[in-house]
Design a binder for this molecule. Sequence first.
Ligand code: FAD
Length: 293
Amino acid sequence: METGPGDGARALLRILRDLPGEVGVEEPLAPHTTFRIGGKAFALYRPTTSDALGEAVVRARAHGFPWLILGGGSKLLVPDRGFPGLVLSTAALRSWHEEEGILRVGAGVSLARVARRGAWKLAGIPGTVGGAVAMNAGTRYGAIADQLEWVQALLPTGRLHTFSLDECGFSYRDSVFRRLRLPVVAVGVRLQPVQDLSPLLAERARTQPQLPSAGCVFRNPSAGRSAGWMIDQCGLKGMRIGDAVVSERHANFICNLGRARAAEVLELVDEVQDRVARRFGVWLRLELEVVGE
Ligand SMILES: Cc1cc2nc3c(=O)[nH]c(=O)nc-3n(C[C@H](O)[C@H](O)[C@H](O)COP(=O)(O)OP(=O)(O)OC[C@H]3O[C@@H](n4cnc5c(N)ncnc54)[C@H](O)[C@@H]3O)c2cc1C
């Protein structure tokens, strides 16, 4: 039997009514993530301006709804029960302006496009510019923080602030935007000469799985061997729970073989942490972001 939206979704529709942009009610989140896993959100809103994004956050807070910024969904695991709140997608924030070697882009622009234009060190990282800034995404050649001039983000009051690099609090796969949940709306990227990215992309295709995933699951410990090396040494490549599997190609990836549930991924995460702790005395910390935690 068809049922209408629940109370939470209807309340969110009411508070977003006069803001510009699309609202999806009880929207399945799996298609918005590279893992292709997870339940529905009460609502998914795609603001078309940064003001509308700020206002939606202020209203969600005022009405006591949990909220979450969604970029490309390439670092996220959405629980099977979904997210009982408002997901704010940056997909419509796609401004692009270039002047004197500085590219000023909206948070929803794909990182791949920026990499092609002049940020070769970031080649092959999926997702959006905003997500990359929040995560300080990078490769072994460098991180996005190395190439930024400034970051524009919303303060908890809904006011825009332009952060200098010193204010961004960047560290390994982390930033003030992620820690304090400040929505990034635009960034200034210092362009480097355009390069042929095909060798870098080919190397990634060779060393990373092609199945749905959310990239590296665990953070590399600050000293010593990488998380992937330790997982491999424990013989865990190919370990499977339901449709969640530790990749044969890269041990720090968990892949979705088709119908994996978030609960299966998390069970596999526990098992890997446990085995690595017993063998190496190291507790691997999650790099994967579990929505709602
Ligand atoms: C196959 C594969 C390979 C990958 N390789 C790499 C790699 O080499 N290096 C690397 O660093 N990562 C890698 N990743 C992980 C991921 O792509 C990056 O972390 C990416 O930068 C996340 O961007 P996103 O837009 O998808 O963010 P999302 O997954 O949508 O969000 C990630 C986090 O950032 C927050 N966020 C998103 N947008 C904003 C915003 N505008 N303002 C504030 N917060 C925001 C979210 O709330 C969430 O906390 C890989 C992932 C996959 C699937």
